[in-house]
Design a protein around this ligand. Structure first.
Ligand code: EPZ
Length: 420
């Protein structure tokens, strides 16, 4: 059933908000459970749509799973299928992550070629090129990638761009391949490092995660593990900006790994937001007086994360002067701008740069989420706009923000859910 959020604006938010486990760390971890048959326990797993979708695919392959509170138990002892169904794969791009583990552990995989999404074409040529270099035979048949290999062979792979899921796919493929695989120009995101930690715990011989080059020496077999998921840095960044939106807000964001958020935290300070560490993993954000405009240029980690640029754009509509956001990862990640402008923002998009003139009061309006982070941005805009904002396509927000209504209501937000 389709639902909409009715958000009452300008209510001061006070209290603590806890960050859940990282969706983009859980998704590759779910695929990695195919590398060794057995029982896995993943702690701090966020119950969000993307995770349930990946788990439905895993179940379709023959696995079993169940949640006990925030602990996810997965059993991959009876995998009997290597074909990912279109109706599930088409809902989530991360389904491409099943390629590496399936072909490495079972010698074959059939995965629908993921559609592009609103933010860009999002091809998977780096994934295909790397697996082909490792000796896999890849064919496209009726929209599905059919990947076959008796035994993947380790080799040197240079990624044209440090792609997160391409790095993760090739890491998983290499863990059971013959010989050594070297992945150059690898992604360094914390979620990639987390996958490396999980694979190492499973017995993989893997070095260099978090650096430009990752070295993996294939093993004959791996073993199942229990592991705790890292906190979600994008959810944390979203709630830090939330706390910065209104001067009356007093928000403490808990379960934050500051080392994952260096550039966003520096940007918040540049904008004039006070960042106060309450303890090792809790941060109080405080807005005092006018906000400074700034320049944001998105880049692979540890640069400014593309997933937070829509969120920061909302804050920058309240800054005094001209701000610039240049998006270097995805060619179409400014769709949220047109919705913000309908609320009264003054943002122009020229090629890959959004030029924001602030401050502009935001007026509560009916708006539509175009992708996960755009939806989160519109949510934040509604919380700092006057009157009421109605958000449509809210299932996109629920893909990556666990219990967002409960969490924000606890801070004093006035949000109602209505069935359309
Ligand atoms: C991951 O997507 C994240 N998703 C994205 O988060 C995130 O925005 C992105 O990394 C960048 O940080 C998951 O981890 C599940 P890329 P991914 O491959 O791996 C091009 C969210 O909101 N490219 O690093 O798909 C691609 O077109 C999502 O949680 C190729 O050309 O991103 C893009 O321009 C949104 N060929 C650039 O690389 C390829 O084979 C970076 O993409 C692969 C990528």
């Amino acid at each position: 059933m389709e639902r909409k959020y009715i958000v009452k604006g300008q209510k001061p938010l006070k209290g603590e908000i806890e960050v859940s486990g990282a969706k983009n760390a859980v998704l590759p971890a779910i695929s990695a459970t195919l590398l060794a048959p057995g029982i896995y326990k993943l702690k701090k797993v966020p119950k969000v749509r993307d995770v349930f979708c990946m788990l439905k695919i895993l179940k379709h392959l023959g696995a079993d799973f169940n949640f006990e509170k925030d602990e996810l138990k997965i059993n991959t002892q009876n995998i009997n299928n290597v074909s990912v169904p279109y109706e599930l794969a088409s809902q989530i791009r991360a389904s491409v992550l099943f390629l590496g583990s399936l072909v490495s552990a079972f010698g074959e995989a059939e995965v629908p070629l993921p559609g592009g999404c609103k933010i860009g074409k999002r091809p998977i040529d780096f994934h295909e090129k790397g697996l082909t270099l490792m000796g896999a035979d890849i064919k496209l048949k009726h929209g599905n990638l059919i990947v076959k290999s008796n035994k993947l062979k380790g080799c040197e792979i240079v990624l044209d761009f440090p792609s997160v899921t391409a790095t993760e796919n090739l890491m998983m493929a290499a863990t059971l391949a013959e010989g050594e695989t070297v992945i150059k120009n690898a992604a360094k995101e914390p979620e990639v490092v987390f996958l490396g930690k999980m694979l190492k715990k499973m017995g993989a011989d893997i070095k260099g995660c978090g650096e430009d080059t990752i070295y993996i020496r294939g093993k004959k077999k791996l073993k199942p593990v229990n592991i705790e998921i890292i906190p979600d840095r994008i959810e944390a960044g979203t709630y830090l900006v939330l706390g910065a939106l209104l001067e009356e807000n007093e928000v403490v964001v808990k379960n934050v790994k500051k080392e994952y958020l260096e550039t966003p935290l520096l940007k918040l300070q540049e904008i004039g937001i006070t960042i106060k560490e309450i303890d090792k993993r809790s941060i109080l954000v405080k807005r005092k007086g006018i906000l400074n405009p700034c320049k944001i240029i998105t880049a692979p980690y540890p640069g400014f994360p593309t997933d937070l640029q829509p969120i920061f754009a909302v804050l920058l509509t309240q800054a005094q002067g001209l701000s610039f956001i240049t998006e270097n990862l995805f060619e179409n990640r400014f769709l949220y701008v047109y919705e913000l402008n309908r609320m009264g923002a003054n943002i122009k998009v020229e090629d890959r740069t959004a030029i924001i003139t602030g401050p502009t009061p935001l007026a509560g309006s009916p708006v539509k989420a175009t992708d996960l982070r755009a939806g989160a941005a519109l949510f934040l805009a509604g919380l700092c706009a006057d009157n009421t904002t109605t958000i449509y396509n809210v299932e996109l927000i629920e893909r990556g923000y666990e219990n967002i209504i409960e969490k924000l209501s606890k801070l004093g937000a006035d949000i109602k859910i209505e069935v359309i």
